[in-house]
Design a binder for this molecule. Structure first.
Ligand code: ATP
Ligand code: MG
Length: 441
């Protein structure tokens, strides 16, 4: 097994002083899966102060990331490595974090506190792979299994419930029966976990290839972290455009969405407003007018609970707010959307709409999907050609209008918008002389 040279070097330095050191967790799992590992985490029998002493003596910079929990971050050739002392967690009192951690000398204790067997393996050159809980076997068979008693492990730290779902979605693994049972039984403990920690796992889950199956099978867990989605579970859509109920439609839309966190999150919440506005006409057909506006409001509350940044919240809620507005594909004018919400949002909005459409009745959507793809191509062309779609693209500005006698403020603003609309609609050429001529008429 070949880790990065930097990690090997750090492990060698610790070993040379008589300590044990291993690469551990996700990097071993990913290596055995043939994937390039993200971060390489190192675990060692050396205490944090000893780690710091040994490494700084070699001129390696150390940051005291979490001395109390045993973690020192070493910076080698510009790369950061977390080095954590073997530890055993003390009692968990609140289903969240251990009261204390004890440093131990044996890797076995350290591995047994880890969440799942596939995450509880260690490697170093001397011992090869240390696998005390059948992680390799579970990896081969595609199974997520709690280390030890699943029920107590989820009671210790309920975030592990979300982590199990996340690994299942990302790796395409199924969750072992007793682990699954404990997930369902303990799901309400997620109410005690900080929103931002849940959100991190949820986002990773949504990006997984297997997100659709996990969101479907574990909807009872989703109902705990986003209770606002619960009405969607049983909200039928009797409408020729649909073949799924609202929740099934939502999770298919996530599935069809490109692997972009913002878009996948938008898809998860895009129809959250439907149950509240549902009406059924005399023919028995269901309608959901204004659901996008209702949905944007609900989504804002959900995202606030997850403590997402204002930036993400604004983007997701705007995309939800407008997702219905691009329904009439033949009436969509790309430049008007560009003028209204800018390039990034317009592009994202079209991608949201395609993901949404793909989760409709497949017999109905061919024309619409083709049309939106054409609009995306048109958008690229507009950007490439530098066509005008915002006020600053115009060949005149506020000062020109002031010179022509328009009053500062609202009047000039309105006039500039009028000119922009004419330019976008090809009714006026974006040249200074032409525009001034128009204004002087
Ligand atoms: P990723 O590729 O997303 O980084 P990872 O397995 O490295 O996956 P991390 O969240 O970085 O996941 O955690 C690193 C390791 O720490 C895990 O592999 C696991 O062994 C352990 N771990 C992390 N969180 C928990 C937890 N809540 N309970 C028990 N062990 C955990
Ligand atoms: Mg990691």
């Amino acid at each position: 097994m070949k880790l990065s040279e930097n990690a090997e070097k750090l492990m060698e330095l610790l070993t040379a002083d008589g300590f044990k050191a291993y690469a551990v967790g996700g990097c071993v799992r990913d290596y055995l899966l043939g994937k390039t590992a993200g971060d390489i985490d190192i675990t060692t029998s050396a205490k944090p102060q000893q780690v710091e002493y040994i490494l700084t003596n070699q001129g390696i910079k150390c940051i005291e990331t979490g001395i109390k929990h045993g973690t020192v971050t070493a910076v080698l050739n510009g790369e950061q490595y977390e080095i954590t002392t073997f530890r055993k967690d003390g009692d968990y009192k609140d289903n969240r974090r251990p009261e204390s951690v004890d440093f131990v000398t044996d890797i076995q204790d350290d591995l047994s506190r880890r969440d799942f067997t596939v995450n509880a393996m260690a490697y170093n050159a001397e011992d090869g792979i240390t696998d005390l809980f059948g992680g390799r076997e579970d990896l081969k068979n595609g199974i997520i299994r709690a280390v030890g008693n699943a029920d107590s492990r989820f009671k210790e730290d309920a975030l592990r419930i979300m982590r199990a779902l996340r690994f299942s979605a990302v790796l395409g693994f199924s969750i072992e029966e007793s682990t699954k049972k404990a997930i369902f039984e303990n799901r309400n403990l997620l109410n005690k976990i900080a929103g931002e920690r849940i959100f991190t796992e949820l986002t990773k889950l949504l990006m997984g290839d297997n997100a659709l199956q996990v969101l479907d099978e574990y909807r009872a867990v989703i109902g705990v972290i986003i209770p606002e989605l619960k009405p969607a579970f049983s909200c039928e859509q009797n409408n020729p455009w649909h073949i799924y109920n609202v929740y099934e439609h939502i999770i298919h839309a996530v599935h069809y969405a490109p692997k972009d966190e913002m878009i996948r999150l938008t898809m998860l919440l895009h129809d959250i407003g439907k149950p509240a506005v549902k009406t059924t006409d005399e023919k028995g057909t269901d309608h959901f007018k204004t659901h996008a506006y209702a949905g944007a409001e609900i989504a804002e509350k959900v995202l606030k609970r997850f403590k997402v940044s204002n930036d993400i919240s604004k983007k997701v809620t705007s995309l939800i707010y407008y997702h219905q507005a691009v329904e009439n594909v033949d009436e969509i004018r790309v430049k008007h959307w560009l003028a209204k919400i800018g390039e990034d949002y317009t592009r994202a909005l079209f991608r949201v709409r395609i993901s949404d459409l793909l989760a409709h009745n497949p017999e109905k959507i061919g024309y619409e999907v083709k049309k939106i793809k054409e609009l995306l191509a048109e958008l690229d062309e507009i950007i490439a050609e530098g066509d005008a779609f915002k006020l600053s693209d115009l060949a005149v500005n506020g000062r020109d209008l002031l010179a022509l006698g328009y009053r500062e403020g609202k009047e000039i603003g309105e006039k500039l918008h009028e000119i922009l609309n004419l330019v976008i609609d090809d009714k006026l050429v974006n040249e200074r002389n032409k525009i001034i001529e128009y204004l002087s008429q």
